[in-house]
Structure formats: C-alpha cells, structure tokens
Design a protein around this ligand. Structure first.
Ligand code: IPE
Ligand code: IPE
Ligand code: MG
Length: 270
C-alpha cells in the first residue's frame, strides 16, 4: 500500500468519502491517447477513433465512481492539438458538443461535478456556452470532481500563473518576495484539488505531452499499450494495483515514510 502523504490543506476542497479505501488514489489524471491508431488499425478515419474514445470516457468515470476516486482529470484536447488538420479538429469539436449534450445531465444525476481547464476562448461560442452551463449545473456535486482538460497546455498554465502573479505585483497586492511555491500553485489550474496521485497514459507512448507539468511533480506514473478506445475496467484495476504497490517517498527516505523513524527524527515535511 502506498504510504499516505502528509494531510494536504486542499483535501478539504474534496467531499469527504464515507470510507477511504486503502490504496485507492484520490485524484487520477489520464492522457487519453491512441484514438487515431485505433481507427488506423481498422482502416477507418481518425474521427471514428475519437468517437470510439467517447465510450472509454464513460468506462473510466464508472470505474472512478465505483472505486471511490474523488477527482478525475482527463486530457481531452491539448493546446498543440489545434494544429491538427482542420477536418480532424472539426470532427473533435462536433464530438465534444454532442458529448456535452448527451452526458451532462446524467453526470449531474450521479453526483459528478464537471469543470473544464484550459484556454476556452479558442472554442466556438456554442461549446463555451455548454461548458459554462455544465459547470453551473454540477457545481458542488460531491461524489466525483471530473476536470476536462481541453485546449489545455501545462506550459500555458504556468505562464498564466506567472502573468497573474505579475498583475498582482503591479497592482500592489503582492510583493515579489511573497512569491513562493504556494503563491504559484494557488494560481495554477486545479489549485483547489490535491495534486494527482496517479497518472495514466494509454497508447504506449512514454511522455507527458504538456499535460499538468506543475501538478504532476510527485504523481505516480503508469503507462499502458492499450489504446484509449479499448480501455476497460480490468486495465484500470491493473493501474490501481500498480499504484497500491508503490512507495511514495516525496524526497524522504523509505524509513521516514514507512514510520520506522520516530516522528521527532523526521526533520522534513513533504
Ligand atoms: C488522443 O488520440 C485524442 C486527442 C489527442 C484528441 P490521438 O488522436 O492522439 O490518437 P493517436 O495518438 O494518433 O493514435
Ligand atoms: C496528448 O496526446 C493530448 C491528448 C491526449 C489530448 P497527443 O497525441 O497530442 O500527444 P503526442 O503528440 O503524441 O505527444
Ligand atoms: Mg496521440
């Protein structure tokens, strides 16, 4: 079982669970990759792979609700994905709109809070309106927080936080010497949630692709060859099992985090 990190002030932002299942991550972040290759293997257009990928999103949400995962962040569309062929971007926008129309009511009924991170100014007005409506409808739902990263980039997130800090300094609300990790972190996306415990990437590539660069600092990483549209509960169980077997040390020694060192000798706080 992974050792539990020091209680995080941001825990309070998540709804309390009836029971904390041991070894279950509180926050899972996923790069949903492999839709295009799934379609290519079937000699179908890439858009068909994206459509098949929508089903896997539901598999994933069902799994998180069943297991008691409290926050799920899904990378749906990166700031770089805007550079894909116009036809593919257009197909993705249509699918995105359809998914919002189809799924949000049901997510609300199941107690899921939906939110979006990323630069939504780049989306067409109809999608932006539905994003906002979904957030308003589901705000405060307590079973699971579902964050969709769309038009999101980790570097863009850090740059926006830097800009917000500069604005605060320029306006006299903040002194430069007050800028520390907490001040930066508070201005990043998902600042009110504990950082992801478990990162999953499907599709067989071993990279972060500009996902949550700041937030993943101490996240456990898990990769699978499974293409996103083929995702099933068994694969997710495998990821959780791997996570449960990890020792998270947060820069300390194994003895410190396993509690074999008396608290008085644990000089550092992760
Ligand atoms: C992930 O699948 C979905 C998006 C990036 C929108 P890809 O479309 O990247 O699929 P592959 O990696 O080309 O197979
Ligand atoms: C990452 O996948 C983005 C999403 C899954 C939304 P990409 O397919 O864009 O990543 P690269 O290009 O393989 O790094
Ligand atoms: Mg890809």
């Amino acid at each position: 079982m992974p050792s539990t990190p020091a209680p995080d002030a941001r825990d309070s932002a998540l709804p309390a669970r009836q029971e904390e299942a041991p070894g279950v991550p509180r926050h899972v972040a996923i790069i949903m990759d492999g839709n295009g290759r799934w379609a290519a293997r079937r000699r179908r257009p890439r858009a068909i792979g994206h459509r098949a990928g929508a089903r896997a999103v539901n598999v994933c949400i069902d799994f998180c609700l069943e297991q008691g995962v409290r926050a799920l962040t899904l990378f749906a569309f990166s700031s770089e994905n805007w550079g894909r062929p116009e036809e593919e971007v257009g197909a993705l926008m249509k699918l995105f709109l359809a998914a919002l129309d189809r799924e949000v009511e049901e997510l609300h009924r199941r107690g899921v809070e939906v939110r979006f991170i990323g630069d939504r100014t780049r989306f067409p007005a109809d999608i932006r309106a539905r994003m906002q409506a979904a957030e308003m409808l589901t705000r405060g739902n307590a079973r699971l927080t579902l964050a969709i990263a769309a038009s999101y980039g980790g570097r863009q997130d850090i740059a926006a936080a830097a800009r917000a800090l500069a604005e605060d300094v320029a306006a006299g609300r903040l002194r430069p010497e007050q800028i520390d990790e907490a001040a930066v972190g508070a201005r990043m996306a998902l600042a009110d949630l504990p950082p992801p415990d478990l990162f999953i990437r499907t599709g067989g590539d071993f990279r972060i692709s500009n996902f949550l660069l700041w937030q993943l600092a101490y996240t456990e990483l898990w990769f699978t060859e499974t293409l996103w549209p083929d995702l099933d509960a068994a694969t997710l169980h495998e990821a959780i099992r791997a996570f449960a077997g990890r020792e998270r040390r947060f820069g300390l020694t194994g003895e410190q985090v396993s509690g074999t060192v008396p608290p008085s000798q644990r000089s550092a706080t992760p």
